[in-house]
Design a protein around this ligand. Sequence first.
Ligand SMILES: Cc1cc2nc3c(=O)[nH]c(=O)nc-3n(C[C@H](O)[C@H](O)[C@H](O)COP(=O)(O)O)c2cc1C
Length: 207
Amino acid sequence: MFYQPDARDRTALPHDPFKAIVAPRPIGWISTVSAAGKVNLAPYSFFNAVSANPPMVLFSSEGAKHSAGNAEATGEFVCSLATYALKDQMNASSAPLPEGESEFAFTGLTPAASRFVKPPRVADSPAALECKVIQVVRPVRLDGATADNVIVIGQVVGIHIDDAYIVDGRFDLIKAGTITRAGYMDYVRADAIFAMARPAGGGGTQA
Ligand SMILES: Cc1cc2nc3c(=O)[nH]c(=O)nc-3n(C[C@H](O)[C@H](O)[C@H](O)COP(=O)(O)O)c2cc1C
């Protein structure tokens, strides 16, 4: 089968497989504070690490939403790790609450103060990245139109890890129960790890 994105055979593929192909995707559970000081929390799976030195992450908002708006206005965001134990709260935090109503209160999650940025992290999460915004990108499509996306790129300035998930000096993502997003209504829980040495000249431990 081959198709162009806007010409899919909807009989064979009733639901768009794109997000099942580029999967599983890490979930950035993004907390921000509005210019008025209101805390916001929402999950983003158009999220990834894009550099290790310095550590940088990005998330992409499909349309104007509170997280990207707040991050652009204040220059700060925090991404907490989404885990199986927190899956229901993570999902609930995607509800479109009115501006200013905090998803922390709505989901019963506990906020914990960050060191270098105003947005709190999710205290219950095994790990969180404090980020400062370095660029906001509004991509232009091939037809010249501005896409309805806002991509927020942040540099990580502080990393929290719950010591309970450090095993032999390594962050144990299986113990943490990291969950990732697949297509459709699907998620993937990290449950197996294998390691491979790189070939000579293969980029060391980069990415
Ligand atoms: C697991 C998960 C991943 C999501 N990923 C994205 C995403 O990458 N981009 C996006 O715009 N919305 C995404 N959403 C939907 C947003 O979380 C939802 O629109 C939310 O209300 C946005 O909140 P905000 O306006 O407070 O930022 C996702 C939802 C879930 C449950």
